[in-house]
Design a protein around this ligand. Structure first.
Ligand code: BMP
Length: 221
């Protein structure tokens, strides 16, 4: 079940969705709009509905260490991993954040490239540097775009031991399974499932498409 559900919209029936999809998806990624609207405690409450899943706070941290740590401190008791941007660098930023998260047994995930079209203007040009930051801080995982499978493949080659999570499947255009075939460990899907009339059935469809794609690309190898 290499599928992580992105929960961003606080107006959705979150408890119902988590309860229904617990055991169907591997994890849940809660985003900034949800945390701002509902608070860190709400994340803890959601997690209690599915404690076995991988819970990720996608706060997109990009700041000096002390500010990132203050944000992280409000969530470390409720999640397994926190996402930050690699571009802020190690010294005075991600290095100290990593030490803090290690002390709280929370994984660090770094964005190395993004999935939207404008990512090629600046962010994704820094892929090599971002990968170097991941190595230096020894992050547990990275976010790389399902919409650009060639980028995922490069990240897989250059960071063989890291967990790759790939957003951009569904509404942003990538097909389920494309990033897995390029070497990702998980695909992140949000609106395609969350906004579906029946999120449970939609998640099963995505999983089926992932399996079919994985079989096809395994046969080609
Ligand atoms: P959706 O499947 O609805 O497009 O959602 C994708 C999720 O992944 C959102 O939470 C978004 O913030 C996140 N994301 C992304 O889409 N592209 C990136 O490059 C990095 C992300 O974290």
């Amino acid at each position: 079940m290499p599928l992580i559900l992105a929960l961003d919209d606080p107006a959705k029936p979150l408890q119902e969705i988590v309860g229904r999809l617990c055991g169907v998806v591997d994890g849940f990624k809660v985003g900034v709009p949800l945390v701002v609207a509902l608070g860190g405690r709400a994340v803890c409450r959601l997690r209690r509905l599915c404690p076995g899943a991988l819970w990720i706070a996608d706060m997109k941290l990009a700041d000096i260490a002390s500010t990132m740590i203050l944000t992280a401190s409000q969530l470390v008791d409720c999640v397994d991993a926190i996402i930050a941007h690699s571009i802020v660098g190690v010294k005075g930023a991600l290095g100290e954040l990593k030490e803090y998260l290690d002390r709280h047994n929370v994984k660090l995930i770094l964005v190395v490239a993004m999935s939207h079209p404008g990512a090629v203007e600046v962010y994704n040009k820094l892929l090599e540097e971002n990968i170097a930051v991941v190595r230096r801080v020894n992050a547990w995982g990275v976010v790389a775009p399902a919409t650009m499978p060639e980028v995922v493949a490069r990240v897989r080659r250059e960071l063989p031991g890291k967990t790759i999570l790939s957003p951009g499947v569904g509404v942003q255009g990538a097909k389920p399974g494309a990033a897995l075939c390029a070497g990702a460990d998980y695909e992140i899907v949000g609106r395609l499932i969350v906004e579906a009339e029946d999120p449970y059935r939609e998640a099963l469809k995505v999983l089926q498409m992932q399996r079919e794609a994985a079989e096809k690309c395994a046969a080609k190898r």
